[in-house]
Write a protein that binds this ligand. Structure first.
Ligand code: SF4
Length: 407
C-alpha cells in the first residue's frame, strides 16, 4: 500500500461574490468581455480532481516507482517533468528540473521538443508554464486540487471591485503588480492595466519600475512581500495601507488611500506566516554563530530579525555557496530545508520552526497521481491539462514580458 494515501481532495468552488454598490460602487465599466474572460479563467482554475482509479491507490511505492520509470522511458524526450523545491523527495526524484515557479516555467518554455510538460507544483505554476510554452505543448498538473492558498486569497471579483473603488477615490495613477503566486486572471489584469508580475527575486526592481509610472502601487496577493519590498526601497509603514476585500474601501478612509503609496492586498502564505522572531531568538541562543535566512513572504518582523532574505533560489544558492561548518536556520518550506540538509551534511541546516508542516497544497502531488497521468500519456490520452484562455494568456504574457524587460 502507498505510505500516504492520495486522498481525493476537492477545492472549494469559490462562490461568486455579490458586491453591494454601497461598498465599492463596482460596475462593469472597464471591459465587460475581458472581465468575463477573467472570471471564467478563475472558474477553470477550480476544476475538480476526478478520483484516482483504485489500482493506483492500492499500489505500493515500489510499484508506483516502476510504473513511473517505465512510462518516462517510453515517452522519452516527448516528456519533461518539473519539480518545485517544495515537493517531497518521493516526487522530486522524478523531476528533470528542480526550481522555483518562474525558473521552472522558463525551463518548460525552453524544452520545445517536449510535447508534454508534467508540472509537479501548484495550479498557478502550471498556468504560467502554459502561457510561456508553445500552443502545441500540453501542461499537465498531476492533481488538479493542488492550488495555492495565498493565490486563492485574491479572487478576481474582489480585485476588480478594489480597482474600481480605488479609481473612484483617487485620481492618482495606480500600477497593479501581482506576485507570481497568483492566478493567470490576475496576471492578465495587470497586463491590461499597465502593470506587471514580480517574483520574490525581482520585486524591488519591479516596484521601482512601477513607481516611475504611477503614484501608487496596488500589490497583491502577498501583503508581506509587498511590505518587505517597500521598506527595502526606503518607504515607511505610513506609506502603506492594507486592503481587506471584505470591508468597504478595504477598511481604509479615502484620505488614507489618498496618502498611501502602496495598497497591499491582505493575503499571506500560511506556511511562511508560521515563522516568528521568537524562533530566531531561540536559534541564536542555541547556535551563536547561526546565519538566519528567510523567505520574504515571512512577516516584516521576521525578515528584519534575520540576517538574509530571498527567494527559494537565493536561499538554496546562498547555503550551497557557504563554507563547510557554517550553521543555517532557514525560514521556508520544510521539504526544501530538509533536502538542503541531506545534500550538504558538512553544514548544520535546520528549519526555524521545528514543528512546521509542509505546504499542504504542494503535498497533494503524490506519486500515484504522477503514475496515473503518465500511464494516460503512454496510452495517448492527455488528462489534467491546464489550459489558459487565449485572451487571458495574451494579457498575462504582457505582464510577464514586462517583468522580464525590467529585470
Ligand atoms: S508555500 Fe505558500 S505561497 Fe507557496 S504554494 Fe504553498 S501556500 Fe502557496
Amino acid at each position: 500500500m502507498v505510505t500516504a494515501s492520495p486522498r481525493r481532495i476537492i477545492p472549494l468552488r469559490r462562490a461568486r461574490r455579490v458586491i453591494p454598490a454601497s461598498t465599492c460602487n463596482y460596475e462593469y465599466s472597464y471591459d465587460d468581455l475581458f472581465t468575463e474572460r477573467l472570471r471564467a479563467s478563475e472558474d477553470d482554475a477550480h476544476t475538480l480532481q476526478t478520483p484516482l482509479p483504485p489500482e493506483y491507490v492500492a499500489m505500493s511505492p515500489a510499484e508506483l516507482d516502476e510504473r513511473i520509470t517505465t512510462a518516462r522511458e517510453g515517452l522519452g524526450t516527448q516528456l519533461v517533468v518539473l519539480g518545485h523545491h517544495y515537493q517531497r523527495d518521493e516526487v522530486v526524484k522524478y523531476a528533470d528540473f528542480r526550481g522555483d515557479s518562474f525558473k521552472l516555467s522558463q525551463q518548460a518554455a525552453s524544452r520545445k521538443e517536449a510535447r508534454y510538460i508534467v508540472f509537479c507544483g501548484v495550479h498557478f505554476m502550471a498556468e504560467s508554464a502554459d502561457i510561456l510554452s508553445d500552443p502545441e505543448q500540453a501542461v499537465i498538473l498531476p492533481n488538479m486540487a493542488a492550488g495555492c492558498s495565498m493565490a486563492d486569497m485574491a479572487a478576481t471579483d474582489d480585485v476588480l471591485a478594489c480597482w474600481a473603488s480605488l479609481n473612484q477615490v483617487t485620481e492618482d495613477k495606480i500600477i497593479p503588480i501581482t506576485y507570481m503566486n497568483s492566478a493567470a486572471a490576475l496576471k492578465a489584469f495587470c497586463g491590461k492595466y499597465d502593470g506587471a508580475v514580480c517574483t520574490s527575486s525581482n520585486a524591488t526592481a519591479v516596484l521601482t519600475w512601477a513607481l516611475e509610472r504611477g503614484r501608487k502601487v496596488l500589490f497583491f496577493p502577498d501583503q508581506h512581500l509587498g511590505r518587505n519590498t517597500a521598506l527595502r526601497l526606503g518607504y515607511t509603514l505610513d506609506d502603506m495601507v492594507v486592503w481587506n476585500p471584505h470591508l468597504p474601501l478595504g477598511g481604509n478612509t479615502p484620505e488614507e488611500i489618498e496618502r498611501a503609496t502602496f495598497i497591499l492586498w491582505r493575503g499571506h502564505c500560511s506556511v511562511h506566516g508560521r515563522f516568528s522572531v521568537e524562533q530566531i531568538v531561540q536559534a541564536r541562543e542555541r547556535y551563536p554563530d547561526v546565519n538566519v535566512i528567510v523567505h520574504p513572504e515571512c512577516k516584516m518582523e521576521v525578515v528584519q530579525a534575520s540576517d538574509l532574505n530571498g527567494s527559494t533560489e537565493v536561499i538554496s544558492n546562498t547555503i550551497t555557496a557557504a563554507p563547510a561548518g557554517t550553521v543555517w536556520a532557514v525560514g521556508t518550506e520544510i521539504n526544501l530545508v530538509n533536502r538542503l540538509a541531506q545534500e550538504q551534511p558538512d553544514k548544520t541546516i535546520f528549519c526555524l520552526d521545528p514543528v512546521i508542516c509542509p505546504c499542504s497544497t504542494m503535498y497533494r502531488i503524490h506519486p500515484a497521481y504522477i503514475a496515473w497521468v503518465l500511464d494516460n500519456l503512454v496510452a495517448g490520452r492527455v488528462v489534467n491539462q491546464v489550459k489558459v484562455d487565449s485572451e487571458v494568456a495574451k494579457w498575462a504574457l504582457v505582464s510577464l514580458d514586462r517583468m522580464l524587460a525590467i529585470t
